[in-house]
Design a protein around this ligand. Structure first.
Ligand code: DGL
Length: 281
């Protein structure tokens, strides 16, 4: 199976093949949006594993298995490069993919950390993310490796993804939950808050109301697209096509709710959303 996949990847007209992005759900479409803005000529295939969402509360083994199946699906589509547009999957599975993925692959953590440290005054960093991401210490490790003496405090905020999926992004109850989650970070006097989950950019309006104006919010989607561009340039994989690239969206569970949500994350028409059937590894 793996050989067959490698073969498909090799015979594809590489530069003009699509980019593959995946997430546990539709949150990764925030990254797709940034990629389309920066690399408008590239075709993109997006996979959202909506049937098995959330990844954030699963064990590292399960997350790695799901992520490997997501990668196999995209390789089967002949993609030329892959972005793991899910923080939890990046945290647990990316190092393994670096060893064995036949096409270039990157995640969202390095770009997020780079975005946070782009401000030289970032010293006291708060991170909000799923249990899986916080428990992996991947962000904490990457931050500490890049800058000495940082105060880093990560909080698991598992209630936020369901609230966002329900579109309760302006509700008082969400504001109260956010306040409660952020209390310990405020007590630590953070100057930067990393939104280390694909869904959280949708909470920026509420977060801006709650947090003091001098706390900087960091969302990695734009930096992630910039990293991807650099990776494609280095590997000489940029598309030579002119005109607007195509977007194909696959979800493992199709429901009206997800299609609706997908439009909100992408902020543009999604086109026809297809159902993906993954092969267990
Ligand atoms: N996509 C996940 C992440 O960025 C959030 C949703 C989930 O838990 O699956 O961590």
């Amino acid at each position: 199976m793996v050989d067959e996949i490698r073969w498909i990847a090799r015979i594809a007209p590489v530069n003009d093949a699509s980019l593959g992005l995946f997430d546990s759900g539709v949150g990764g479409l925030t990254v797709v949006r940034a990629v389309q803005d920066l690399l408008p000529g590239e075709d993109v295939i997006y996979l959202g594993d909506t049937a098995r969402l959330p990844y954030g509360s699963k064990s590292p083994e399960t997350i790695r298995q799901f992520a490997a199946e997501d990668v196999d699906f995209l390789l089967g589509k002949g993609v030329k490069a892959i972005v793991v547009a899910c923080n939890t999957a990046t945290a647990h599975a990316l190092p393994e993919f670096w060893k064995n993925c036949p096409v270039p692959i990157m995640g969202v953590i390095e770009p997020g950390v780079e975005a946070a440290l782009a401000n030289p005054d970032a010293d006291r960093i708060g991170i909000i993310a799923t249990r899986g991401t916080i428990g992996s210490h991947a962000y904490q490790h990457e931050l500490a490796t890049r800058k000495r003496g940082l105060m880093i405090h990560g909080i698991a905020t598992p209630l936020l993804v369901p609230l966002i999926e329900e579109n309760w992004i302006y509700e008082d109850v969400t504001k109260e939950i956010l306040r409660k989650y952020l209390e310990p970070l405020m007590a630590k006097g953070i100057d930067t808050l990393m939104l280390a989950c694909t869904h959280y950019p949708l909470l920026i309006p509420l977060l801006t109301e709650i947090l003091p104006p001098d706390v900087r919010l960091v969302d990695s989607a734009t930096t992630c697209a910039e990293h991807l561009k650099k990776m494609l340039e280095e590997k000489d994989l940029l598309s030579g096509k002119t005109g607007e690239g195509k977007l194909e969206i696959y979800l493992t569970d199709l429901s009206e709710q997800f299609e609706e949500l997908a439009k909100r994350f992408l902020r543009r028409p999604t086109g026809k959303v297809r159902r993906a059937v993954l092969t267990a590894g």
